[in-house]
Write a protein that binds this ligand. Structure first.
Ligand code: CA
Length: 240
């Protein structure tokens, strides 16, 4: 009760505009300002911390015209892998993340998936890309089995050693179903017939400032960690 009376007295003084008012209100006001500053700093810290971990949202998604597309055309979410058949991390992504993505989202019609070639490992990357584009041109349905089989053929160790040769491509292509025309594939590799498609991919690599493989984009978002399946799921669900 004593405290209440003191409060009433203070209130009365404030209304009258007494000279005692500032010292009486200063304490609570300072406390409020101090608390506000702490709250703002805390919120800023949380936001900055999240920003450091968040994927990067770009102005647009890659244009997938003339690119291999797997899944329903009606799917609202488009995922693009910028990959390289010579890249061991791409092989790992294809074995660890892609099968889950395919089962949960591509085969269920929620996601369409595209692959764009990156040539970070020189002539072997280029040959793999030219071969992939050749098979895509022959029969789009044969592309994904070939894509998977070529990554599978990448050696688990010493992957920097020469392995991606025309002979290896023909051997891998001979195992896939539906079957493709091996002579056409060989002549496309010899003459680099699908080089314009590979160059189109290189332009996208440049446009989207791809610096590592695999880079995974989900619509306009470039993932910070392509192996973070929870982040992939979150972005897909947000896009539905
Ligand atoms: Ca392409």
């Amino acid at each position: 009760m004593g405290e209440a009376r003191k409060g009433q007295a203070v209130k009365g003084q404030a209304v009258k505009g007494s000279s005692k008012r500032p010292p009486v209100k200063k304490g609570p006001r300072n406390l409020i300002i101090f608390t506000a500053i702490i709250v703002v700093l805390f919120v800023l810290m949380v936001v900055l911390n999240q920003a450091a971990k968040e994927p990067v949202t770009l102005d647009k998604a890659p244009d997938i015209t003339n690119q291999p597309v797997e899944g329903s055309q009606e799917a609202k979410v488009n995922i693009v892998e910028f990959g390289d058949y010579k890249c061991p991390t791409c092989k790992a992504w294809g074995e660890q993340i892609y099968p889950k993505l395919k089962k949960d989202y591509i085969d269920t019609g929620k996601v369409k998936f595209s692959y764009i070639n990156v040539l970070f490992h020189g002539e072997e990357s280029k040959l793999g890309a030219i071969a992939g584009e050749s098979i895509w041109a022959q029969n789009p349905e044969a592309f994904w089995p070939f894509h998977e089989a070529l990554f599978k053929a990448q050696p688990a160790v010493n992957h920097d050693d020469l392995w991606l040769t025309p002979e290896k491509v023909l051997e891998v292509a001979g195992t896939i179903s539906p079957a493709i025309d091996a002579d056409k594939l060989k002549s496309d590799m010899d003459s680099q017939a699908t080089l314009p498609q590979v160059e189109l991919d290189e332009k996208l690599v440049e446009e989207f400032k791809i610096t590592g493989t695999p880079t995974i984009m989900i619509n306009k978002v470039k993932l910070d960690d392509p192996f973070d399946y929870d982040a992939i799921v979150k972005l897909i669900e947000e896009g539905q």
